[in-house]
Design a protein around this ligand. Structure first.
Ligand code: ADP
Ligand code: MG
Length: 395
């Protein structure tokens, strides 16, 4: 089958911020014959760019397939040329080199590729600007370079994503006229995406109207306007006016309520490149034995820390501050639930000087105040007293 064949194309995104699946394009089927000029028309956010990106091979479909001249599209390729909304030119290359870039990649000799590039530069009306750099050109001129660059590669299919949306109204009209003229001259196959009703009707032979998100084909309209098409003639043309009004009505008339977000049961996640269901990294991690073990350890450690902190608070008298020495230390009586052993003394020596032991306590001197909390957190410490408040033991 010649041309572009889109069959039951669906794209479901996973939106990590909302934690939801978004159906951007739903069950779109469409055929574009060789040499046809088709416009895809729909409101912003209805999935036009998504559809075009799948045809360009930039993103894989969730379901369905796309064939170009009988070959299944699985990634980007030189058989398709894309004109983006932003001009996407190489800023360090001249107009000539930008247009000749694809030909250079294909290995054409310099003289040959410059001849072809000059031809297309002239076709888009930029003769004399061959040696300018993109920043020296207006937005409209840059977009002409973008069109020339794609045309010079002679693609089987030209994809255009709202290419004239970011230039002023007058420039846009002249760019539209030029694109119409180029199509009338060369008949490239064009899939042109836009939200602009008049642009779609002016340019295309057929207008495919999409619904609000998820984008589905709502209606396909033939545009029976004669060519060459010029704004000056069309603006007064009754067929043109009636068509535009009809499309506006279609876009405004109620449709089935949009389903902005849905959780489609059969596709838990968009498939990965290998076809395996794709899960987010933390789900994969928690699904593994190591991940679960780590989670248990972390929860345990957290609980333990919390418990020690709680204990420490109950062990420390609030008035301990008052007993600090000019050097910022305190002398403590560390109470234990049992007679102190060598282990307890060795541990406590890390915090201060052990000056003696009692039946169930250790005398610890010159402890810096900030470290008292650490002592209180030792699980075998039962309580802390300022040493001067502790009952004296007879010598
Ligand atoms: P259009 O080009 O018609 O304005 P898009 O194809 O850019 O629409 O987007 C269609 C819908 O899909 C929008 O709701 C958008 O928020 C959503 N979308 C687009 N790209 C992504 C993405 N990478 N991840 C999640 N959602 C996306
Ligand atoms: Mg878009």
């Amino acid at each position: 089958m010649e041309g572009l064949v889109i069959r039951n194309l669906t794209k479901v995104y996973y939106d990590p911020y909302m934690g939801q699946h978004v159906v951007a394009v739903e069950d779109v089927s469409l055929t574009i014959g060789p040499g046809e000029f088709v416009a895809i028309l729909g409101p912003s956010g209805c999935g036009k760019t998504t559809l075009l990106n799948m045809v360009a091979g930039f993103i894989p479909p969730t379901r369905g397939e796309i064939l170009l001249n009988g070959r299944r599209i699985t990634g980007p390729g030189p058989d398709r040329g894309v004109v983006f909304q932003s001009f996407a030119l190489f800023p360090w290359k001249t107009v000539l080199d930008n247009v000749a870039f694809g030909l250079k990649m294909r290995g054409l000799p310099r003289a040959e590729r410059e001849r072809i590039a000059r031809e297309y530069i002239a076709l888009v009306g930029l003769e004399g600007f061959e040696h300018r750099y993109p920043h020296e050109l207006s937005g409209g001129m840059q977009q002409r370079v973008g069109v020339a660059r794609v045309l010079a590669n002679d693609p089987e299919l030209m994809l255009m994503d709202e290419p004239f949306a970011s230039v002023d109204a007058q420039t846009r009209m002249s760019l539209q006229e030029e694109l119409a003229r180029i199509w009338e001259l060369r008949h490239p196959t064009i899939l042109f995406v836009t939200h602009d009703v008049e642009e779609a009707v002016f340019l295309a032979n057929r207008v495919v109207i999409l619904t609000h998100r998820p984008g589905r084909v709502r209606t396909i309209l033939e545009v029976p306007l004669p060519r060459p098409r010029r704004w000056r003639d069309l603006l007064e043309d009754s067929t043109y006016k009636a068509l535009v009004a009809h499309v506006f009505d279609l876009l405004r008339s109620p449709q089935e309520p949009a389903r902005p977000v849905e959780k489609p049961a059969p596709i838990p996640h968009p498939p990965s490149r290998t076809g395996e269901p794709q899960r987010s990294w933390w789900r994969r991690f928690l699904g593994s034995r190591l991940g679960r073990a780590l989670l248990v350890v972390m929860l345990g450690a957290g609980t333990w820390q919390g418990w020690l902190e709680y204990q420490a608070r109950t062990k420390m008298p609030g008035f301990l501050e008052r007993y600090r020495s000019p050097r910022g230390t305190v002398d403590l009586l560390v109470e234990l639930p049992f007679p102190p052993e060598r282990f307890h003394i060795l541990t406590l020596q890390r915090f201060g000087r052990v000056s003696g032991t009692r039946e169930h306590a250790v005398e610890l001197r010159s402890v810096p105040l900030p470290r008292v909390r650490e002592i209180a957190r030792l699980y075998w410490v039962r309580g802390l007293l300022p040493l001067s408040e502790a009952p004296q033991i007879p010598p």
